[in-house]
Ligand binder design. Sequence first.
Ligand SMILES: [Cu+2]
Length: 437
Amino acid sequence: MFGVLRRPAVPLVLFKCCLCSWRLVIGKTIVRHVFHLSEFFADPDGIEVLVAGINQEVNAPTIEVHRGDQLQIEVQNGLHVPISFHMHGLEYRSEPFMDGVAGLTQCAIAPNHTFLYDFSVQDYPGTYWYHPHTDLSHLSSIDSMKGVLIVHPPLGSNELHHDLYHEEMVLFYTDWWHQSQHELYMGRLGGQLGPVTTDADGIRVGTFPYQGMLLNGRGGASVAPLAMQPGSRYRLRVINGGWVFPIEFSVDGHALLVIQTDGADTEPLEVDSIQISNGERYDVVLVRRSEACASRTSFWVRAAALGAMPQGGLSTALHLGEAGPPEECPHQNPKTLNCVWDRSRPRSGCLLLTALRRHARAGETYGWDHGAAGEVVVVVFVAVAVAVAPPSPSPLPPSPPLPPPPSLSLPPAGGYRDAHHRCKVHLTTELRPLCEA
Ligand SMILES: [Cu+2]
């Protein structure tokens, strides 16, 4: 009933009316998914919680399209709250009403209602993702409604860096919570939650305690190890789909050859780890460092939650051929890309994002491609004559004068005497009154 339907190369004619334009689309491939939303109990990290998910799965479907395909997603809202979906990173040029921002580009999809997202994917081939775009704070564990969207090059053409790897894998990281956002916010307001999040310098940066992380819909002991063939090179599409914690991603005994970020190809750049903020994507080719832990066949793939309090993150095993327990083999003095988080790190190992250089396929542009094959756009302008100008509004009466602002009573320098408490009050540098007898 649910899932994906791909209709390759079926000649198709679509008509669309959008107030003053008609669009005629011929010969497109339709990729169609059905998202049935519901709430159910699941324990992806060993703790059972109420989950809001797609098609009864914690791991949301991965959508794969080729540039130029027509993507259709039928959302059947079986939740008790309204919802919309946004494809993170797509530009939706000429089709803004598919952008999924409830209250701006569409009305939210009401409970027990269905909406069809139906648009042409003209964006640059790369790694994207999707997420709901409404207030879902009343629902428990909404992170399972986020998933991966991969845009491949048009059929018959290759990825820019296809000669650098043989296989590919998706690593989709999300935060995971055992409470609803509503409970987290209210707990925070009521002071019921544990320590706040601080960065490496001890500065408060967040108000949520770390509770967990999922990789491809699994957490804790259920995270699946990555099985790779020795001698094959792998492209990893690494996505931080969480909403609170940046992650630092690294693989023991391996370098990361960055070839793309946020749907834009780059000149290959070799680093040891990457700090990935929320919403960001990095496509890397995994390169075995022969000198590091040479005899090992199992390694740790690390995603440390930056600034988490208590410390958090998710490590999973990478097996090259034979499976075995990974041993510790972390990078010494790692070269870190997008190093914006840890200011105590030595500068020599800290690369800003500007170290990356863009690289496009010959003749290709980033973003939306106006010259997509097989598409004919006919625009009919409709002139509307306004016969009678609306009456101009009568001038407003002058506003009454505003009352004077309330005068602020600042304490005199050096403090003041508090007659009620019979003491002298000083203001400290933190503006906390200090009462002295
Ligand atoms: Cu987004």
